[in-house]
Design a protein around this ligand. Structure first.
Ligand code: DUC
Ligand code: ZN
Ligand code: ZN
Length: 467
């Protein structure tokens, strides 16, 4: 028997439109939108009616960059797929794309199988995978083709972290050439890790061991240089390129220059670069460790370039790079040596709200909010129009959002499995009220009604954003 839900009275926001429309959901899919009060909408019968009067009706957020349970620096990111996807649901995100990891000496297949085993049966919302390539060789290059066929259509390479994830330029070029042939999208961590490691060694030798030195050695110029190099390698290979976690204004300039040449070069930034800065990294008593991530937080002056890039479409996506480590016992591994602080910040629960605050603050329009947080990540990573919009045929991943509610972000009230909030005390306007995932209510008027195992693996098509 089919189940039907009607969402009445809300303002439906998509990247394309703002519609005063009711939404009919049947068997997990959106089947129709019709104007409030229209004879058609009034005739809809349903098992469940949701009153969205005075609220926005949004496509569920798509967070294209998370690291649940990532092994890093001798520990693991503290959110499991269960806790992390539950927190995502609380924050209005209904799809995550996490990074499966190939370890050195192992195949892509082994890494992917490990990630499927971590996630299978545990997720509250739908999920997909990118593949981190740590060992580019003839075997893994060939495996890329098979992964694309299985819906793993994007591959992250690192110009940073020598000895762990790092690939040299030759390996990067080969992977890009392969992607050019099989439709895969190369995602780049663009920082010159070889040069950074020299600066790390020199800083530690000189006794500069505090968290703020993490930001100082990972220089903006070394992000910009790597971004430039990645663009040129992608050009040589004839492959599109997506640069992850862009934080430096000089790196935005490299992307803008590439896009001015008409290249298929894309950029993502994250809430931490838009809302936090090196002032946080410099907090006393080792508190700055809470803000250690790579690329690092930058001086506040860089934020204007990021907002501008989001407005001009030189940056297309805001993802979180959600990679939480508890302050106690995890971040503390780096007391006395900033290079031992596990890199990463929590944020999967906060992204939609922080970006709504950016709407309130005048940085973004409402439609641009939906575009960078829902529609474009879905298109970029081959999930559209199943995810990222509200249209007949789409999955009924829908958020009822109160644009006037006020809340204060805090570890005391968040649902991520981490003992601090990077945004502690930040007041934002706007709050998720109810969330549907494929038509099932997973958050009901701010009560969790979902379950581990509801979320399914979603195989992805190739990039749908190419010009
Ligand atoms: N950056 C982080 O901050 N954490 C995990 C990996 C990365 O590239
Ligand atoms: Zn990275
Ligand atoms: Zn990451």
């Amino acid at each position: 028997m089919s189940t039907r839900t009607v969402i009445r009275g809300g303002l439906v926001l998509t990247a394309a439109d703002e519609l005063n429309a009711d939404v009919l959901v049947e068997d997990g899919k959106v089947v129709a939108l019709a104007a409030h009060g229209s004879a058609w909408a009034q005739g809809w019968t349903a098992d469940t009616t949701i009153d969205a009067t005075g609220h926005y009706v949004l496509p569920g957020g798509v967070d294209a960059h998370t690291h649940m349970e990532l092994p890093f620096g001798g520990t693991f990111a503290s959110d499991t797929f269960e806790t992390g996807t539950r927190a995502a649901a609380w924050g209005g995100t209904t799809t995550i794309v996490d990074f499966a990891v190939q370890s050195v000496g192992h195949s892509l297949r082994e890494g992917l199988d490990t990630w499927h085993a971590k996630a299978d049966g545990r997720c509250a919302v739908d999920y997909a995978f990118h593949m981190i390539m740590s060992d580019v060789d003839a075997g893994s290059l060939k495996e890329m083709d098979h992964l694309v066929d299985e819906g793993i259509t994007s591959f992250k390479l690192f110009m940073a972290y020598p000895g762990v994830f790092y690939s040299d330029d030759g390996k990067i070029l080969r992977a890009m050439q392969r992607a050019a042939g099989n439709g895969g999208l190369i995602m780049m961590h663009a920082e010159n890790g070889i040069a950074i490691d020299v600066l790390v060694e020199q800083a530690l030798a000189a006794g500069r061991t505090d968290p703020r030195h993490h930001g100082e050695v990972r220089k903006a110029l070394l992000e910009a240089e790597a971004t430039h190099r990645a663009v040129q390698l992608a050009r040589v290979a004839g492959a599109p390129l997506y640069v992850v976690h862009v934080s430096a204004q000089e790196a935005v300039a490299e992307l803008a220059a590439a896009r001015d040449l008409g290249l298929d070069v894309f950029g993502e930034t994250c809430p931490q670069y838009l809302f936090l800065s090196t002032d946080n990294l410099a907090e006393p008593d080792f508190e700055g460790a809470k803000y250690v991530c790579s690329t690092p937080l930058r001086p506040r002056e860089h934020q204007a370039a990021l907002w501008r890039g989001l407005r001009t479409n030189d940056l297309q996506v805001v993802s979180t790079d959600h990679c939480p480590f508890c302050f106690t016992g995890q971040k503390e591994l780096g007391r006395g040596d900033f290079s031992k602080i596990p890199n990463g910040l929590p944020g999967v629960e906060n992204r939609m709200d922080l970006l709504h605050q950016a709407v309130v603050d005048g940085h973004l329009s409402r439609r641009r909010w939906i575009e960078i947080a829902c529609a474009t990540p879905a298109r970029m990573f081959g999930l559209y129009p199943r995810k990222g919009t509200i249209a007949p045929g789409s999955d009924a991943d829908i958020v009822i959002y109160d644009p006037t509610a006020r809340q204060t972000i805090s570890a005391a009230t968040h649902h991520m499995n981490v003992d601090y909030s990077a945004y502690e005390g930040t007041e934002v306007t706007g709050q998720v009220v109810t969330v549907l995932s494929r038509g099932e209510t997973v958050i009901d008027r701010r009560r969790y009604t979902g379950r581990a195992g509801h979320g399914r693996f979603v195989p992805r098509a190739t990039c749908q954003y190419l010009t």
